[in-house]
Structure formats: C-alpha cells, structure tokens
Design a binder for this molecule. Sequence first.
Ligand SMILES: [Zn+2]
Length: 445
Amino acid sequence: MRVQQSVPVLPSFGRAFHAACVFVIGTLATTTLAAPPHWYGPLTSGGEPRVPRANTLPDYYEAEDGGILVDGMYFPDRATYVASDAFLQGGRRCGYVTPDPVLDPAATLRSQSDCSFTQTVIRPEYATENGPVYRIPVVVHVLQRTNGIGFLSEAQVRSQIDILNEDFRALPGTNGSLGADVGIEFFLATEDPDGNPTTGITYTTNNTFYNDGGSYWNSLSWDPERYMNIYTNSASGNLGYVPIVTPGSSSDRVVVLWESFGRNAPFAPYDLGRTGTHEVGHYLGLDHTFGGGCGGSDCYRSGDLLCDTNAQESPTFGCPSNPTSCASSDPKDNYMDYSFDACMTRFTPEQANRMRCTLMFYRPDLAVVVPTACSPADLTTTGNAEGEPDGVVDLSDFSYYLSIWSSSDTAADVTTTGTASGIPDGTVDLSDFSFYLSLWSAGCP
Ligand SMILES: [Zn+2]
C-alpha cells in the first residue's frame, strides 16, 4: 500500500542546502604508496573539537582472483587485507567521515535542527515511546562481478533486513535484545518507483560497479527521498560506508561489503549483519562512539554529540573484556564502535532520539508510519500543535493534521476516494481524512 509513505506526523522540512558529494572515488588502479589517513581526530582528554580524517575513499581495486590493491599496497585476499594495518590503522573498517563543522562544507548539509552535525538536543518528541513506529522501505542493489563474485541470494538479503529489525527494535530473543528500542523498522520495498510489484532487490553485473566505481547510483538509485538505497559490492575496501551528501540526492546511499551482508555471512568475524546495522546508524545521523575522541565539556556538542555513550579515545577492535579510555569504560558493545559483530549489542536511548530526529528533519518523506493502535490517532483536543491526546478521535484531531499538512506537505493529498487506493487528486479534502481515519482506526475496538 504505497500511500502509507505519505502519512506524516510532522510537517516536512525543506532542504535548504544542496552540495555535491564530498567523496572522490579514487581511480581503480594506483602506483603510489599513500600513508594511511587518520581515522579519528586528535584525541586528547582535554577535549579537542571534532576533527575528521581526510574526506576520501581509498584507491581500491579487487582483481578477479580476489587479490586486492589498496592505496598502492597489494594483498592476496581479503582476509590478509583485513588483518593488515592498512585496514585497521587506515580506518577501513568503516568509510564514514565525521564532518568538520568548521572546514567541511558537508557539515552544512545538516546544520539546522536538534540533530545537526554540531549538536544534539534531546527532546521528548523524538523519544521512541512518545512517537509512532517508523518503517523505512529499502531497496538493496546487489552489484556483482561477471564471474559471479558478489552475488547474494534473496534469502541472504532478507536476513539482513531481519537483523536491522532485530537491532533497531531490540527484539526479545534476538541478538539485538539488549539495546534500546529505536522504534524504526525496515522492509524490502514491495513497489518500485513506477508502482510495479518488486522484491526490493536489484541485481547488476558490472565489474566497475563491483569495485565501487562508476557512479552507479546515477543509473540505479530509486528515489532516495522515498527509499533507503543499499548497495552491496566491495565497498572500496571498507566493510561499509555512508557518504555525507544531501539527504535524498541520487548519491545518498548505504554501501556494505557483500561478504558481510546478512546473517552468517561468509566473512567472520564480521558475519552477523552488524556492518549493516552500523552503516544504517550513520545513515540516520549517528557518528562513531569514538568520533571526536574524548570530546569536550559538553557531550551534546563534542565527541559523538551524545551523552549516554561513554567518551572513547579510539575504536575498539576485536572483543576485549573491559577497554577503558577518557576515564570511563569504552562502549565496545555499541553498534557504532568497531568491535566484532558478536560483541556489538546495542544502541542507546539518546542514539534512538537522535536517529528519530534525523528521520523527521532530514528524511521526512522516507518512512511509513505504522498505525499500531487507537491512541496515535488521538493527538489533540484543540486543533493546535500542542499534541496532547484526550482519548477521543474527533474533528479537532483532523484540524490539527490539516493545519500541518496543508502548510508544508503536498503529500497531504492522499486519495480521492477515502479508500486505500492512494491516488492523489491535488486537493486536501474530507476524502483524505476518511482515508486516514480508516487507517488509524484499524485495530481499534
Ligand atoms: Zn562507521
């Protein structure tokens, strides 16, 4: 039911900033031996500001026989590469780059909200328990070589979606049960951008795309304002990355190494799908727990911009028992650290708060709102924006929504008929409310 994507609970926010991708994909072959860049800023307990490493992906090429050339260094296979300093000290576990709020134009891409690149403001309206469950439609683009390397079965792709839901909802009985419930779910898209049925998975055979070159998103992406586009390939020698680009632009994407994608993936110990969880965390506005090191006196404006993740001087590798830095235990069990997959077990409540804020402000047309019970429909007694429920769904609730939708969101016009057909006619009228009423009241006694 595609129309569900048009159900907002907050007004849309315009995107005031537009800029080109800050990453430059390196040439596929290289003859120079480059020094590995820093993978986190100058890290002193005195609290330096957030300073990122260089905004570049490595020069990377994976040959047909599995040999890897990265930044001028050759490795016979991925296991050797991942055990090397080029991977570990070179920061290739994840290619996400913390934007520099002063020097980096990318930082302005998300500069005006409670979850910008320079600050977090924790507010009750972003808390999981105070809002709906959001469901994000996903398309997974599998980029494979002509020799078949990179192929993922539909079942393997689906297992990654399952893991995202286990981790973001902290589902009982799963590997993600220990974390905070983010209240965000994921599903493989059932309709493509043209409205046709789909598995939510595309397959493309192209050796350049497999090597993460060729700007594949220009030809393959599905409207990034409406779908989270995940690509699996060699990920430029990382386990994954998310570029800092304008949300909703064609290059807006999540990239994950195909061998670490899904449950029981072939590349242990990064085989439990936590690379996907980690990268989607970036996609929803999270930094590394070690981003900015120990940070400064205000944990909402330094470090990873959150206070309930302990400050951390450097990434955790492996699964040490009790690493400490910055006068506290390192959050090695957090999905946004670099631990082995089996040792990552949680998001924190403030990470959930920031991700939901990011979704509302920077990806307002992405998620579907789940109509879970009667109460979410009952927002206000007065028709104003106070949002206090009174236990009754009545016209004041609709007035509230009308004022929001008609002011800023053309998607408010959902249907001409009041049914679930979801064909807009350009006018917000009672039929739209009928549609929403039927949606919200579903399941109510
Ligand atoms: Zn990362």
